[in-house]
Design a protein around this ligand. Structure first.
Ligand code: NAP
Length: 256
């Protein structure tokens, strides 16, 4: 039994859709005070309305995680009454072949997925230091840290970079008893994943030993654990949540 997160303050970047919205729902159900952010005002309003319709409340803020001025405003608005948990979840995964990828396409992915983590963790530090126990949870991926996928060299690099960032940050944050860990989702059915098309979804579901795509709740359950008081001796670590997708050595192994 984990200590309840009642009244803990949680900020979830990219909380307006997909995994982030699932995190918002799970933390709100656990009794936490939740704030979500994203770049689009329309998506933010729709997400807040969805949560309200489910009897859950959250605050919402428009902010691009790769822009220092947005991040400073986001933290000052959401954390002025305290911040216990920061979920760095905002991420983008456009596809582009390496041969024709522009430097701008490369930078756009690093802007959100890597720079966004750095800026948010740095801006959250003064607030997390004041918490009873501060927690940072990164949403990384199996793609990059463990696996590869054609068209995602920029994305894979960004998701592996998150872990390099995390391991050094863990040592600096440990002085203040703040932990930082990463969840590595496999293929989780979200708005963003659906945009990759039915063919992609079918192929991925077939590659998962547990024979289905993940749900946002699967990722949220791992994040709730990392956020708990009981996970306080775990830092700089990764947890793969992928239905076993990275396990098979061959298609034969999958069939068995
Ligand atoms: P999604 O459905 O496309 O949602 C992405 C969220 O991030 C949205 O709220 C989006 O809102 C926000 N966002 C994107 N760029 C942003 C920026 N620069 N600043 C602030 N917010 C931004 O994606 P998802 O599938 O839930 O993925 C969420 C995270 O999980 C990502 O880090 C992704 O790499 C990771 N992940 C997903 C899967 C999967 O199977 N779905 C697998 C492995 C890892 P706006 O567009 O309004 O900004």
């Amino acid at each position: 039994m984990l200590t309840p997160l009642k009244d803990k303050s949680v900020l979830i970047t990219g909380g307006t859709a997909g995994i982030g919205l699932g995190l918002a729902r799970a933390f709100a159900r656990a009794g936490a005070r939740v704030a979500i952010s994203g770049r689009s005002r329309d998506k933010l309003d729709a997400a807040l309305a969805r949560l309200r319709a489910e009897g859950l409340s959250a605050a919402g803020h428009v902010a691009d995680v790769g822009r220092p001025e947005d991040v400073a405003r986001l933290l000052s608005e959401t954390a002025r009454n305290g911040l216990d948990v920061l979920c760095c979840n905002a991420g983008v995964f456009p596809s582009a072949p390496l041969e024709s990828m522009s430097a701008e396409e490369w930078d756009q992915v690093q802007h959100t997925n890597v720079r966004g983590n750095f800026l948010c963790v740095q801006a959250a530090l003064p607030y997390l230091r004041q918490a009873e126990y501060g927690r940072v949870i990164l949403t990384s991926s199996i793609t990059g840290p463990v696996t590869g996928y054609a068209g995602w060299s920029h994305y894979g690099a960004s998701k592996a970079a998150q872990l390099g960032f995390m391991r050094s940050a863990a040592l600096e944050l440990a002085r203040d008893e703040i932990t930082i860990n990463a969840v590595l989702p496999g293929n989780v059915l979200t708005e963003g994943l659906r945009e990759l098309g039915e063919d992609y979804l079918d192929k991925m579901a077939a590659a998962v030993p547990l024979r289905q795509l993940g749900s946002v709740d699967d990722i949220a359950n791992a994040a709730l654990f990392f956020a708990s008081k009981e996970a306080g001796f775990i830092t700089g670590q990764t947890l793969i949540v992928d239905g076993g997708q990275v396990l098979p050595e061959s298609l034969d192994a999958l069939a068995g």
